[in-house]
Design a protein around this ligand. Structure first.
Ligand SMILES: [Mg+2]
Length: 253
């Protein structure tokens, strides 16, 4: 079975690195996989940074990332908007998200002119921005969101509100549920990967630390997955589970 795996989609945060530190053995393991002609891809629900910034971080940690093999929720949003010809959008999101949109020819518009409201993580979200999103939706704009993650982990076991909190404000104001979700556990990034690389779903394996996000995406896509359980917390998990990168290689062999 493992012989059929041609590509691996790695989650980033909690799998390849914690904060600014690469996980022990990860860089070496990925080099070994590449030497065995496995294609590597980097998947993140991050919606606040540009693809280029994510690639730069991966590079600095020793991973062989490029803009071609890195998929972020915000860049996936931009590709969806481009595919759907939704060229004018009202954005709740960071300046870097706006750059990824503009890179795909998507322009920021006033609420009344927007074909879609796009939502990513926004550290400066205001009442006025929510009001703008409501106006756009009342004028018929679709709601396209990077992800619906409720919160994300930071240092010392603390958590901060995620993109889902921004989506919740817009949904709460408008009563309009998201028309499209780009990030995990939606399968859209895997669909892009398959069409970009000419791969089939049975040729891909997802490796990630989140059952609700990474493994759920793989299950919905009906591809293989390995739960990366760095802290050995999911002992009852009955499927492929690895507590180290050596272990991941063993499972794949
Ligand atoms: Mg993760």
């Amino acid at each position: 079975m493992s012989n059929r795996i041609k590509a691996i989609a790695f989650d980033l945060d909690g799998t390849l690195y914690f904060g600014s530190r690469a996980v022990e053995g990860a860089v070496e393991a990925l080099k070994e996989l590449e030497a065995n002609h496995i294609q590597l891809f980097f998947f993140t629900n991050n919606s606040a940074k540009t693809v280029r910034q994510i690639v730069t971080k991966l590079h600095s940690l020793g991973f062989n990332a490029t803009e071609r093999n890195t998929y972020t929720a915000s860049s996936a949003c931009a590709r969806y908007l481009e595919q759907q010809r939704l060229g004018l959008v009202y954005l709740i999101g960071s300046d870097d998200f706006r750059k990824d949109l503009e890179h795909r020819g998507i322009a920021i518009a006033e609420p009344e002119k927007a074909a879609a409201v796009v939502v990513g993580l926004d550290f400066g979200l205001t009442y006025e921005r929510i009001a703008g999103a409501l106006q756009a939706i009342l004028h018929g704009a679709r709601l396209v969101v990077a992800n619906i993650d409720a919160s994300y982990p930071v240092e010392h076991g603390h958590r901060l509100p995620g993109c889902g909190a921004m989506v919740g404000a817009v949904v709460g104001a408008s009563g309009h549920q998201p028309d499209f979700i780009a990030g995990k556990p939606s399968t859209y990034m895997l669909e892009l990967l398959c069409s970009d690389q000419g791969l089939g779903q049975k040729e891909i394996c997802v490796v990630g630390d989140s059952i609700e996000s990474d493994i759920e995406m793989a299950d919905r896509f009906q591809c293989r997955s390995i739960l990366y359980d760095h802290f050995d917390m999911f002992k009852d998990y009955l499927r492929d589970r690895a507590t180290s990168f050596k272990h991941i290689i063993n499972i794949l062999n």
